[in-house]
Ligand binder design. Structure first.
Ligand code: E4P
Length: 223
């Protein structure tokens, strides 16, 4: 049960890293587009430097920006060369043509996070093609109204387990704390969480109440 942070923001990533509860970072072109225009490669290198500052053992997913298998492989190899991060995972969207690139990269020993998966069959094809991670988009699955995200994750996990696949399910496209809970209960190995949910995940009014009472009683006793 691992939590990744779904962000390209350096401050948000560091706030999570210093608390030690994340195992990885997932970025995508839209998340990067929210950051200052410092240049894609320069910004990823800043994320890599931050991850190395905190031990260099967290996964980092960086997404290609092509649908052409040849270009995808070229971009992936370029990312490996310039980012020099041992836990780099190349994000490649699921697709008929993209499966060829996923297979080539996996056979070359490059970690692939197959992303934008919306159903069981996409996830299974990606896993069979060698993807290390299959990213199921929880809320976009719900938006599509063809499947229930819980069912998709439960079935995918069941079939991966039965096939003794090493692929791990990442549940992404999270829009609430309940989605996080439900995705883990459904069997996601990893949930990649937008940082705005971290504080709501940890705060509870009854916790505040209890701790206030403890300190009040203790201070009264000390007088
Ligand atoms: C995972 O990293 C995905 O890119 C991300 O969670 C997608 O979220 P969205 O559906 O809000 O774009």
């Amino acid at each position: 049960m691992k939590i990744f942070i779904d962000s390209a923001n350096l401050t948000e990533i560091e706030n999570a890293l210093k608390r030690g509860f994340i195992s990885g970072v997932t970025t995508n072109p839209s998340l990067l587009a929210k950051e200052p225009k410092s240049g894609f490669e320069k910004h990823i290198k800043k994320i890599v430097a931050l991850l190395n500052k905190y031990g260099g053992n967290k996964s980092l997913s960086v997404e290609v920006f092509s649908r052409d298998p040849k270009e995808i492989v070229e971009q992936a190899l370029h990312f490996k060369k310039i980012f020099k991060y041992k836990n780099l995972s190349i994000k490649v969207q699921i697709g008929w043509n993209e499966l060829e690139a996923i297979n080539v990269l996996s056979k070359a020993g490059i970690s692939v996070n197959c992303t934008a998966c919306m159903n069981v069959t996409q996830a299974l094809l990606a896993a069979n093609a060698g993807a290390k991670y299959v990213s199921l988009f929880w809320c976009r699955i719900r938006d599509g109204a063809l499947d229930n995200p819980q069912d998709v994750v439960v079935m995918t996990r069941k079939l991966l387990n039965e096939g003794k696949s090493k692929a791990e399910i990442i549940a992404g496209s999270i829009r609430s704390v309940e989605d996080i809970r439900d995705a883990f209960i459904a069997g996601a190995h990893i949930v990649t969480v937008p940082p705005k949910f971290f504080v709501p995940m940890v705060e509870h009014f009854k916790t505040t109440e209890a701790v206030d009472q403890f300190f009040k009683d203790f201070n009264a006793w000390q007088k």
